[in-house]
Design a protein around this ligand. Structure first.
Ligand code: CA
Length: 230
């Protein structure tokens, strides 16, 4: 795992240093940027498998840096560290293109679980088949490339994981708990409306301009993915 490289953008030096040490002890390579400007430069120069991004940062804040990164890079998972626990703040993080968040102070094991949700899927050894399709939508599980009616669709890491969960369980009703566990990990606070937010993001990309619609809401139950009503 030593070749998996994680960037930590965090101005609290002690926290950043401890985090780097913990990540290295978990088998990752880790680098630190102590402000947003250095963070921006490092993401432009180097390729990272994942970025841990604080929000309150000197020079460029986490929201702005996340937007900057997303202009050219949709694939690298970004986990935000937020001191603000309110749903509104979480949502504004997602609007900038972050894939997940951890509220400070956090337990390293919680962060590690979130990291592993993203990195597990990057391991080709765990993928059993290569492509899944439904109607004219196709997803390549190795490259994570998605097309609908032959058109390439760009998804963020979290959207991609959500779609993969839907496709692997197509034509089945999925509860919110099931989706949360698969896409956000078991420690996630289910009181947020984060699933609805992400389902909307995904619908905009894969359903809005196409027929038939593939993602359906089952009121009071959850969601399902199918080319017909069930
Ligand atoms: Ca900070």
């Amino acid at each position: 795992m030593g070749d998996i490289k994680i960037l930590i953008v965090e101005d609290e030096q002690r926290l950043a240093d401890v985090l780097k040490k913990q990540l290295e002890e978990s088998g990752f390579a880790a680098e630190i940027a102590y402000d947003g400007y250095i963070g921006k430069q490092m993401t432009e120069k180097n390729a990272y498998n994942l970025i841990i991004l604080d929000i309150n940062l000197p020079l460029i804040n986490g929201y702005d840096l996340c937007r900057e990164i997303r202009k050219t890079n949709n694939k690298t998972p970004i986990i935000m560290l937020t001191a603000f626990g309110t749903p509104e703040n979480k949502i504004s993080g997602f609007d900038t293109g972050a894939d997940d968040y951890v509220v400070k102070p956090f337990d390293f094991r919680e962060l590690l679980a979130r990291i592993n949700v993203f990195l597990r899927r990057a391991d080709p050894g765990t993928i059993d088949s290569e492509k899944i399709d439904l109607a004219d939508l196709e997803m390549d599980l190795k490259t994570k490339n998605v097309t609908r009616a032959g058109r390439r669709i760009d998804l963020t890491a979290k959207e991609s994981l959500l779609l993969e969960t839907f496709l692997k369980n197509r034509h089945k009703l999925l509860t919110r708990d099931f989706i949360i566990e698969k896409v956000w990990g078991i420690d996630f606070d289910p009181s947020t409306n984060i699933i609805d937010v992400y389902v909307n993001y995904l619908r905009k990309k894969i359903d809005r301009d196409f027929e038939p619609k593939l993602i359906h809401t089952k009121f009071g139950f959850g969601f399902y993915c199918s080319d017909k009503e069930i």
